[in-house]
Design a protein around this ligand. Sequence first.
Ligand code: HEM
Length: 239
Amino acid sequence: MCALAICCEPVLNLRMSAYSNVYPHSLDIPPLVEALHPLSSSLVCAPPVSVLQQLRIATAVQHKALEARLPLTHPDLDRQTYVRILEAYYGFHAPLQRRIDAFLGADAREPEREKVATLIRDLHALGLSDADISRLPVCADLPPLDHVGHLFGIQYVMEGATLGGQVLRRLIFGRLGIEAENGAAFLDVYGRDTGRLWKAFLDRLAELDHPDVNPKVVQAACATFACFEQWLARAGVLR
Ligand code: HEM
């Protein structure tokens, strides 16, 4: 659906009901609205909704729900639950990263954004051996990735998830005494580079912004949240 259609829909509906009082036969309405639409679009509509705005609107409820169900911020979080959460994170990130790498090809990989090595480092620090990690269950139900729009939708979620890192890092240190050196590096995986990397991603997302591609971006972002939440629920780490 074009962005204008989204923002104009309520305006058109209002106008249609106003005209239906004057012209009660529904068959009279479409030509009138058709004639009105180009004019009302340019006069009444706000600028088209950017892909970033669409992503924020489409995923806001999923973000809130996941944040509330993840016990990372809960006062009774214990070390055992924390380790199980990181194991489940690994089980999602490892196969997803492989899928992204396969889609991008070796030349386009972005080592700076790869997070799985940090998760492995944390799991080692928390007592897991390589053999333990290799036996962890991994998610097979991943979001679709056969279009660049899908890639950006997935990245929006996985890159956006780094933004809460500072808050989480402080909380986990306060509750469990775990910090970057002993098992919580992943929570603030980009550290001081968080803002720079997020901005660079947003710049690329803005370049991609196009009405033909945006639905794929939004669809993949929603699917990523949904798959991740289902995976964490199956791993038994959500409330
Ligand atoms: C308890 C866990 C979480 C907390 C406390 C948290 C907190 C935050 C915070 C503080 C921001 C920054 C908001 C801003 O600066 O405007 C943010 C953004 C974001 N988070 Fe989370 N988050 C959590 C979990 C997650 C998870 C698990 C995901 C996805 C896997 C996620 C995805 C995102 C995304 C996509 C954004 C970017 C929103 C935007 O600016 O467009 N978050 N989060």
